[in-house]
Design a protein around this ligand. Structure first.
Ligand SMILES: NC(=O)C1=CN([C@@H]2O[C@H](COP(=O)(O)OP(=O)(O)OC[C@H]3O[C@@H](n4cnc5c(N)ncnc54)[C@H](O)[C@@H]3O)[C@@H](O)[C@H]2O)C=CC1
Ligand SMILES: O=C(O)[C@@H]1CCC=N1
Length: 277
């Protein structure tokens, strides 16, 4: 499909966090509003999506996928089986299913939809809303290079898009999918440490948030690595080195390893539960 044509894309769960992000990324990349339909449940903020992005909306996923070239299934993993049952009768045989859901393998979709359906799994993250996401895509059994190219084109306005084999998605999910939550948790912990040392809550939270913003911006602007930038804060014999040594002794790396292991174990359990139905 040529770069100058715009496949028709149905975003199911289009009023949700990631669905809205995908629509915003497409619109930001010049995707025409009349080539996108957002489907949600009644009660979802579909009016706000229509107003912000000018796209058509529907509360009927079955109807929304009619005539779609790409169907983005942006619902929670727990809602996926019901959604696939809903769209299976009207999903065009040659449509690409692009799914951001965690935990569910491509084979789950392949087993519940028509034989030969092309599935691409994506793992986005919330900064994608600002075009600063870190997103992976992985092909299912029947996805071709053209399907991967199309998926990348749909997501390119959302940030960095990398291709990984499906077995690496859980690892990507830990680093970039969940990653924003970890940085926010660190900011909360830093604010709490400030409060424990005499700062009031408002000041501690403002300083921690601005430090997260500034550190990220410096990383982006400088082109230096986190290790190089960390070294520039850490004077020999100074306070930062003392803090980092104490954090390491308290198990900093172990904390993140434990988090990663827990996330990956949870993805496996959730995936197995949901595949059993
Ligand atoms: N939020 C995040 O940071 C990330 C989320 N994901 C994945 O993205 C997917 C979506 O997550 P969120 O956007 O956070 O969830 P969300 O809860 O914000 O949005 C899901 C939307 O789907 C709608 N929905 C459910 N069933 C529907 C149906 N049958 N028809 C139409 N709409 C339906 C819900 O009403 C809701 O508006 C999940 O599978 C999640 O694993 C992946 C990476 C990061
Ligand atoms: O925890 C979650 O449900 C989502 C999926 C990947 C990252 N966050």
């Amino acid at each position: 499909m040529s770069e100058t044509t715009f496949p028709r894309v149905a975003v199911l769960g289009g009023a949700g966090t990631i669905g809205t992000t995908v629509i915003g990324a497409m619109r930001g990349a010049g995707w025409p509003a009349d080539r996108i339909v957002a489907a949600g449940r009644s009660g979802d903020s579909l009016d706000a999506v229509a107003e912000q992005y000018g796209v058509e909306t529907s509360t009927d996923a079955t109807a929304a996928v009619l005539g779609a070239d790409v169907v983005v299934t942006s619902v929670k993993p727990q809602d996926m089986r019901a959604l696939l049952a809903q769209i299976a009768p009207t999903l065009p045989a040659d449509a690409l299913v692009l799914t951001p859901a965690a935990a569910l393998p491509a084979s789950f979709y392949e087993s519940l939809l028509a034989d030969g359906v092309a599935v691409v799994r994506a793992m986005p993250n919330t900064p994608a809303r600002l075009g600063k996401g870190a997103i992976s895509i992985s092909p299912g059994t029947h996805a071709t290079d053209a399907h991967m190219d199309l998926s990348e084109r749909i997501l390119s306005g959302a940030g960095l898009v990398v291709r990984v084999p499906e077995e690496q998605i859980d690892g990507v999910s830990v680093v970039s999918g969940s990653g924003p939550a970890f940085f926010y948790a660190v900011a909360e912990a830093m604010a709490a440490a400030g409060m424990a040392n005499g700062l009031d809550k408002e000041l501690a939270e403002a300083l921690a948030a601005q430090t997260l913003i500034g550190a990220g911006a410096l990383l982006e602007e400088s082109g230096e690595t986190p290790a190089e930038l960390r070294a520039k804060v850490s004077s020999k014999g100074g306070t930062t080195l003392a803090a980092l040594a104490a954090m390491e002794a308290a198990g900093l790396q172990g904390v993140f390893s434990a988090g990663a292991n827990a996330a990956i174990a949870r993805a496996k359990v959730l995936g197995e539960e949901l595949q059993q139905g």
